[in-house]
Design a protein around this ligand. Structure first.
Ligand SMILES: N[C@@H](CCC(=O)N[C@@H](CS)C(=O)NCC(=O)O)C(=O)O
Length: 212
């Protein structure tokens, strides 16, 4: 498989973790999201993904899949072991809910293009943009912290789930942008437990071929 990725992209980071957990070999095609206004905006990448975002995964059959959660679903369906969601419906819905707080509520507000829009089109100062970023991460993390109740070590208990796959990249991002995390002890513990696993460690931004 081929993964269009960028080392700092948290959505691509999710897919890298899932690929590693499933033991699937893949090649990385790096798309720089910052240089020259973003190489993701070049016509050659637009031809791959009309949404001009990473990740995009090329399957062995040559299909291009986009959107990290859809890609992870595909990987889970085609490579069922280890499962990335609990089988039991309530536990499954709870794991999905944590993942969606990150993927649907926090990340879209803090993504490269909305932040760039705030700066370039709305004329906002960097301090206002940083405050925006911190606000939405903190609000989302407050909810996640209150919802983590599986007794650890991972976000939903003894097994890694989609919740961890989404949470770890968001924690990385929050640390990079200096969001104070001291009061999120359960989130920090789950992040630490995950990063001790080789599948998560290999997916870290600093361990990518395009890391800077
Ligand atoms: N909901 C999408 C988000 C994808 C996304 O926005 N990726 C970011 C990097 S984390 C990106 O490519 N941004 C480029 C841009 O916004 O111009 C997913 O989960 O895959």
């Amino acid at each position: 498989m081929k993964l269009y990725s960028y080392f700092r992209s948290s959505a691509a980071y999710r897919v890298r973790i899932a690929l590693n957990l499933k033991g699937i070999a893949y090649e990385t095609a790096s798309i720089h999201l910052v240089k020259e206004g973003g190489h993701n905006r070049r016509p050659e990448f637009r031809a791959v993904n009309p949404q001009m975002r990473v990740p995009a995964l090329v399957t062995p059959g040559g299909d291009v899949l986009i959107q990290s959660l859809a890609i992870i679903d595909y990987l889970d369906e085609t490579h069922p072991e280890p499962p990335l969601l609990p089988k039991e419906p309530i536990a499954r819905a709870k794991a999905r809910a944590l993942a969606e707080i990150v993927a649907c509520d926090i990340h879209p507000l803090n993504n490269t293009s909305p932040l760039r829009y705030l700066k370039n089109t709305m004329g906002q100062e960097q301090s206002a943009i940083d405050a925006w970023y911190h606000h939405w991460v903190t609000e989302g993390f407050e909810a996640i912290e209150a919802l983590i109740d599986g007794g650890g070590p991972y976000a939903c208990g003894k097994t890694v789930t989609l919740a961890d796959i989404c949470l770890v990249p968001q924690v990385y991002n929050a640390r990079r942008l200096k969001v104070p995390l001291d009061r999120f002890s359960k989130i920090i513990a789950a992040d630490k437990a995950c990063l001790a696993l080789p599948a998560f460690d290999r997916a870290r931004p600093e361990n990518q071929p395009d890391a800077e």
